[in-house]
Ligand binder design. Sequence first.
Ligand code: GCO
Length: 445
Amino acid sequence: RDVPEFPHGFEWGAATAAYQVEGASAARGRSIWDGFCAQPGRVKDGGSGEVACDFYHRYPEDVGLMARLGLSGFRFSLSWPRIQPGGTGAPDPAGLDFYDRLVDSLLGAGIAPLPTLYHFDLPQELEDAGGWLERDTAERFADYTRIALDRLGDRVPRWITLNEPFVHMAYGYAFGVHAPGRALLLDALPAAHHQLLAHARAAAVLRAGGAEALLANNCTPVVPASDSPDDVAAAAAYDNLHNRLFLDPVLLGRPPDLSAYGASVPEFPGEDLAAIEGSADGLGVNYYNPTLVAAPGPGDGLPFALPDYAAHVEGTPVTGFGWPVVPDGLPDLLARLRDRYGAALPPLRITENGCSYPDRPDAGGAFTDRERIAYLDGHLRALAAAIADGADVRGYYTWSLIDNFEWAEGYTQRFGLVHVDFATQRRTPRASFHWYRDWIRAAAR
Ligand code: GCO
């Protein structure tokens, strides 16, 4: 099989997140997603993470699937309210025990655990006190990090602090389509400042314990809809928000440039910037697609508009979710990161990349997901080319190992290499599972 070359020791992985897979919600504290899902109309099919994939109980079976795949790494997240039910104070031993068992089970299968400390599921009590709009949440996050590190740090040398802080701020606090469902527009920006601070505080804790601290963000190459100055300016404004809001402070110690957004942007105190600068030992890049940006229309409240990429760029296929499939966007993105951050850019890992498509099971009940195979093949070949070109990428974690709760889309979008029947919890590997296993085998040869 012709598989391009990847660096020695390259991490072959898959990813999940606590709220999306664990279930067992009665065994932990409440998170903002519990309350959000209970509000009618928030989640497409009325679903929630109450049971999800029941990973909390079925992780041994799922680790078995990972072993069959030949994964060398598994990215998952810890549920903060499972470890500290209200987000402060003494840990719940049952929660810590669960992650302890999971880590041992992964290590026993030869799979390196890559935990993310926070993937959108803030303890509800902290949200009631202001959530990420409050500076204190960053200090509480540092306490929680210490608890997790104390328990798992002897076996886990590398951690991701926050997942997609941009998406959390934008969807959760600015537009209200994710929990906590607040639609504050630009008044959501303190949620960026405090997540940056939380990352820095957690990184200090992890480093003091001899561990590495990574930050995972959703990154997108921004494409202006035309070369008109207005479209180009709108694209720059969007790039500053989506890609640079978190990376400029962390990598360059520079406050985000939000000049296009007007006066409501909060200041970053100098001592915060000093703590934030250089606080990442590595970056997780979650890449799904490029973003087309045009000048805003008359009634638009923000300095950009986001027209449909696939409708604009002829011949672009889309996933079942309607997302454009652009493998070349990945090397493009990696090249832009190198251009902008140069020597300040730490090692990278692709911590998410994947697609959802509706299933068309054949007569025998098999899931032959040719589109997912084409998606993965295209992105992995593009990644290999970027690495050959000098990008320092150490691993690839596809989203996702198994179908799971897709936030506001509920269970309507399936991203898994493994199909999950949510009525029975039966797992059925799709064709892409076997394809990825063969790819890993060939690449590791
Ligand atoms: C994230 C992502 C995942 C999604 C995936 C597909 O924040 O890391 O939102 O949780 O499930 O990106 O949309």
